[in-house]
Design a protein around this ligand. Structure first.
Ligand SMILES: C[S@@+](CC[C@H](N)C(=O)[O-])C[C@H]1O[C@@H](n2cnc3c(N)ncnc32)[C@H](O)[C@@H]1O
Length: 236
């Protein structure tokens, strides 16, 4: 995808506003997961304001009806508020702050974590704000390559890294199929998550109603007496 197909990348390349700090390959994932929200009265929350350029990019991309909220630990970010862009100050690793944030905002349609990128920050932010994200909302956790960096609390297969945490969520996404109910069963995450997408450095969670899946077949059997499917319901 190049700038002619991707308005976010076009904006970034011609950036008329404040400094934006992203990785080149993020724009493809952004447009793929976020295009459906354009022109709608959505609430986007981005943790990590820095110079404020990404907030201006979101405002331009989503349009005048969007509510863009930037969250940062650094109070200087307050200077970057402008019409259509609110700034809130707090620590994304502080569960009490995240609870207040969720209560204040009400509904979040899009949550982007581009904050400090440590393991505790990423995990606590997801745990704290995921329930506040709307049922058809999206969460993007950026720079998850820090899961492979010890100075961010990660390290290859470190059980406390964000990536290892997210792998448990992959299990939970498949919770309806568990035959090890002592190990895992469908939970709130299972029932409210439609998909998880892995990219280099980004994990995207698409929320959506996810009731118990039902197997189905159609067509005429090719072999008599052989219509068994291993995809049958798992009710144990
Ligand atoms: C990578 S920059 C954000 C870049 C910006 N989103 C952009 O695209 O241009 C990271 C920001 O996260 C903020 N930050 C670091 N730790 C934080 C924390 N614990 N809570 C909230 N924000 C934090 C930093 O102050 C910094 O402004």
């Amino acid at each position: 995808m190049d700038a002619t197909d991707n308005p976010l990348l076009a904006y970034f390349n011609a950036n008329p506003g404040r400094l934006i700090d992203k990785w080149e390959h993020y724009f493809d994932a952004y447009h793929r997961h976020l295009a459906r929200f354009r022109g709608r009265p959505v609430t986007l929350v981005e943790i990590g304001v820095f110079h404020g350029g990404s907030l201006q990019m979101w405002k331009h991309y989503f349009g005048d009806q969007a509510r863009i909220v930037g969250v940062d630990i650094n109070p200087r970010a307050l200077q970057l508020a402008e019409p259509g862009i609110e700034i809130l100050i707090g620590d994304q690793a502080d569960p009490a702050f995240l609870q207040q944030l969720a209560a204040k905002l009400g509904r979040i349609d899009i949550l982007i974590d581009d904050g400090g990128h440590t393991m505790a920050q990423q995990i606590r932010t997801l745990q704290g704000l995921y329930p506040a994200v709307a049922d058809d909302g999206v969460v993007l956790v950026e720079d998850v390559h820090t899961s492979y960096w010890q100075d961010y609390g990660g390290g290859f297969r470190n059980p406390y890294s964000f990536i290892e945490f997210s792998k448990q969520l992959v299990d939970q996404l498949n919770g309806w199929h568990s035959r090890d109910t002592h190990s895992f069963v469908p939970n709130e995450f299972t029932q409210r998550t439609r998909s998880i997408h892995y990219y280099d450095s980004i994990v995207v969670f698409e929320k959506g109603a996810h009731p118990r899946p039902r197997p189905c077949q159609s067509g005429t059997p090719s072999f008599e007496g052989d219509t068994f499917t291993s995809l049958g319901p798992t009710t144990r």
